[in-house]
Design a protein around this ligand. Structure first.
Ligand code: 13P
Length: 248
């Protein structure tokens, strides 16, 4: 039995509009209370309206990235300090789409996590293998390497992050990891955290990759799966609410 309260985070990716966001958030707010912690990570331009809409509720919000720099001449970047001013509780870092399309490496991801934590924004650190890596038997090696960079960079603060295991082959494909496949990697990550911090037992490790209302409960029932990072299904209030309910 786990004492960890589950966390469900919607990653809207590059979706949304004033109208769509208002309807979505209204749907989520109207479905409370949830038995799990719930958050949405929205595109930067929508942080302000999200903060206003969710203020005073127990639904949290965050961003999908942050700069590894504190401030300065970095056109197009958004700092963790700015996110903190918008009341962001979370910032996703190291999402596989940023690793793949923006060439973010393990060390950059670790620096982003460090800067976020320094501003009181909890980084949701994503790790996960590609299909080639899984088929080549490299899953364990890849996720351990990705998490190891963060652990070493954060040192004694490593216990303050949220980890998200997102197998790249399961993202947006409708092909989810089985609960057993996901649990095996989560257990590995938990063991790695245990070796690094006394807080591993209370840390949250989320699963992401084609989580839907009909597979969420089985995933969340696994002992080391502490909730989900939800892409496509977080854009439809009824689906997202159903997943939040499956978490507790
Ligand atoms: P999907 O739920 O659309 O597969 O996306 C998962 C994801 O990448 C969340 O960060």
């Amino acid at each position: 039995m786990t004492l960890r309260r589950k966390l469900v985070v919607g990653n809207w990716k590059m979706h949304g509009s004033h109208k769509a966001n208002a309807e979505l958030l209204e749907g989520v707010l109207g479905a409370r209370p949830f038995g799990a912690d719930v958050a949405v990570c929205v595109p930067f331009p929508f942080l302000s309206e999200t903060a206003v809409t969710l203020a005073g509720s127990d639904v949290r919000w965050g961003a999908q990235d942050c700069s590894a720099h504190e401030n300065g001449a970095y056109t197009g970047e958004v700092s963790a300090a700015m996110l903190a001013e918008f009341g962001c509780r979370y910032a996703i870092v190291g999402h596989s789409e940023r690793r793949a399309y923006h060439h973010e490496g393990d060390q950059l991801v670790a620096e982003k996590a460090k800067v976020a934590l320094g501003r009181g924004v909890t980084p949701i650190v994503c790790v996960g293998e590609t299909l080639d890596e899984r088929e080549g038997g490299k899953t364990d090696e890849v996720v351990k390497r990705q998490l190891s960079a963060v652990i070493h960079t954060l040192a004694h603060c490593a216990g303050e992050i949220v980890v998200a295991y997102e197998p790249v082959w399961a993202i947006g494909t409708g092909r989810t990891a089985t609960p057993e496949q996901a649990q095996a990697v989560h257990a590995l990550l938990r063991a790695q955290l245990h070796a690094a911090t006394p807080h591993a037992d209370v840390m949250k490790i989320l699963y992401g990759g084609s989580v839907k209302p009909d597979n969420a409960a089985a995933l969340f029932a696994q002992p080391d799966i502490d909730g989900g990072l939800i892409g496509g299904a977080s854009l439809k209030a009824s689906d997202f609410v159903a997943i939040c309910r499956a978490a507790g």
